[in-house]
Design a protein around this ligand. Structure first.
Ligand code: FRU
Length: 488
């Protein structure tokens, strides 16, 4: 169904209760609703926003268009949690109800300063001629959860040399001052991160771009910047649009990754870094956001979806969800991503298996629909290994390791419904190690696979039949395995 501009810019406040009730009923009929992921009650969810820890709770907001599975006028929806596990519905946090955000409260970040949670976001506006003017805006949340928008934007429009694709402020405190990173497109269509400085969070001075190496295939627009330092390394995350596929890399419509190197010198913008690396090897991952919590952990939540493509659940009036929270750890110049420990709280009944496989397939009976799985394999005599999930009725999800190619692969060719087949149904990456540990979380319609303690991650939506719940291990050559399975 085509959505008109008028429909995309219709606000939640403009529809009757009955009309919204109908939409809720449509969503209630949907298969594929998630059990333990943050998902919209109706409409479309995209980027995580304002991820922070304030007054004993994690606060997480997300981009939301309430009235259908399309990118219409965006709100910030708010959820909060003490434990990253049980999320309280806090309702709408920011509405597109002012001159400076009339066409959408776009993405941004959160920063706790003294007793308040400061929220920074892009106010998306359009003139009568539909020319976009972006504003970088500010709101403050107090201890009782009241959010007050500032009257005027902090930064109006984009500086010269940049297009109107200028958004997603990430504000960090850095060596006694505040830095605001903004995602941008130059007028000659190159993706860049620009930055501003401030002493007081209100007056911002433009500094220029982060001086990233001019590599080819960098894309025309870099969205959703983020930056942190750990173990002497600076990590600049962003989501570039316009990269071309290179072999098995960059196969999704848009990418999401990072540059890592010596910490950014914010007095000059200089940044010496390694090659761009994708954060995730799966089919559905974009616009992640990080924060440091009270325990000193660097946490990440991403959008378990992508812009510019449809979703299988569109027909039911909703689309997409967020990833599970991950902890980021920089070790030996590698960025590890590990599911947060709190997720153990999801575990229900447990089963443990130990065995050997030698050119054979082992099938487990009675696996549940949603579970956490941990599998360790020895590799010295193993040529090929496949883990098949959601197997049955002609369907299966296959995650495999091929020692001759030194490759891991996620194959969704027979994994049920898809609306993005044009982007291919396999994703793979190089893998060389002495052992293989697969740690995964399977929800009703998503799969997050963490390899070797978060060395690689594959994140994808999957839309499989209700009765396709088989689990199989297949080997060519020999391996000893240990498997833990927790129903969720
Ligand atoms: C990324 C993005 C952001 C923008 C937001 C709008 O998915 O395009 O750049 O702020 O979504 O919803």
């Amino acid at each position: 169904m085509e959505w008109t501009r008028e429909e995309r810019y219709r606000r939640l406040e403009d529809v009757t209760q009955e009309a919204y009730q109908k939409l809720l009923e449509q969503v209630a009929k949907s298969p594929y609703r998630q059990k333990f992921h943050i998902q919209p009650k109706t409409g479309l969810l995209n980027d995580p926003n304002g991820f922070s820890y304030y007054k004993g709770r994690y606060h997480l907001f997300y981009q939301w268009f309430p009235l259908g599975p399309v990118h219409g006028v965006k709100y910030w929806y708010h959820v909060s949690s003490e434990d990253l596990l049980n999320w309280k519905d806090e309702g709408v946090a920011l509405k597109p109800d002012s001159f400076y955000d009339s066409h959408g409260v776009f993405s941004g970040s959160g920063l706790v300063v003294e007793d308040e949670l400061h929220l920074f976001y892009t106010g998306n506006t359009r003139t009568a001629d539909w020319i976009r003017i972006p504003y970088q805006c500010h709101a403050v949340m107090d201890q009782s959860g009241n959010i007050k928008k500032a009257k005027f934007p902090l930064i109006s429009d984009s500086p010269s040399g940049f297009t109107d694709n200028f958004r997603d402020p990430k504000v960090i405190e850095y060596q006694g001052q505040y830095i605001c990173l903004i995602g941008s497109e130059t007028t000659d269509n190159r993706g860049k991160i620009v930055y501003y400085k401030s002493e007081n969070l209100v007056d911002w001075e433009y500094q220029g771009t982060i001086d990233t190496a001019d590599y080819s295939n960098a894309g025309y627009m870099w969205e959703c910047p983020d930056y942190f330092e750990q173990n002497g390394q600076g990590v600049l995350l962003f989501s570039p649009q316009g990269m071309s596929a290179e072999g098995e890399k960059y196969r999704n419509i848009f990418q999401s990754g990072y540059l890592m190197g010596n910490p950014i010198d914010f007095s000059t913008g200089q940044f010496h870094h390694n090659k761009f690396k994708e954060l995730d090897r799966g089919f559905d991952f974009y616009a992640p956001q990080t924060m440091q919590d009270h325990l000193g952990r660097r946490l990440l939540v991403g959008w378990l979806g992508l812009p510019g493509v449809d979703c299988v659940t569109d027909a039911y009036g909703w689309a997409h969800c967020l990833t599970l929270p991950r902890e980021l750890v920089v070790e030996k110049s590698h960025l590890y991503q590990r599911p947060v420990k709190e997720l153990e709280g999801l575990r229900k009944s447990h089963r443990h298996f130990v065995g050997d496989l030698n050119d054979e397939t082992f099938s487990f009976s009675e696996t549940s629909r949603t579970y956490e799985l941990q599998l360790s394999l020895t590799l010295d005599e193993l040529e090929y290994f496949a883990l098949a999930l959601r197997e049955g009725d002609g369907e299966k999800v296959v995650f495999s390791y091929d020692s001759s190619k030194a490759r891991l692969q996620l194959d969704l060719s027979n994994a049920g419904e898809t609306v993005t087949a044009e982007y291919g149904r396999t994703r793979s990456c190089e893998f060389q190690a002495d052992s293989l540990d697969i740690h995964l979380f399977l929800d009703e319609s998503s799969l997050e696979i963490f390899i070797n303690d978060g060395f690689e991650v594959f994140t994808s939506r999957i839309f499989s039949k209700k009765d396709a719940n088989g689990l199989q291990l297949t080997s060519k050559g020999k391996t000893s395995y240990e498997l833990d399975l927790w129903e969720i």
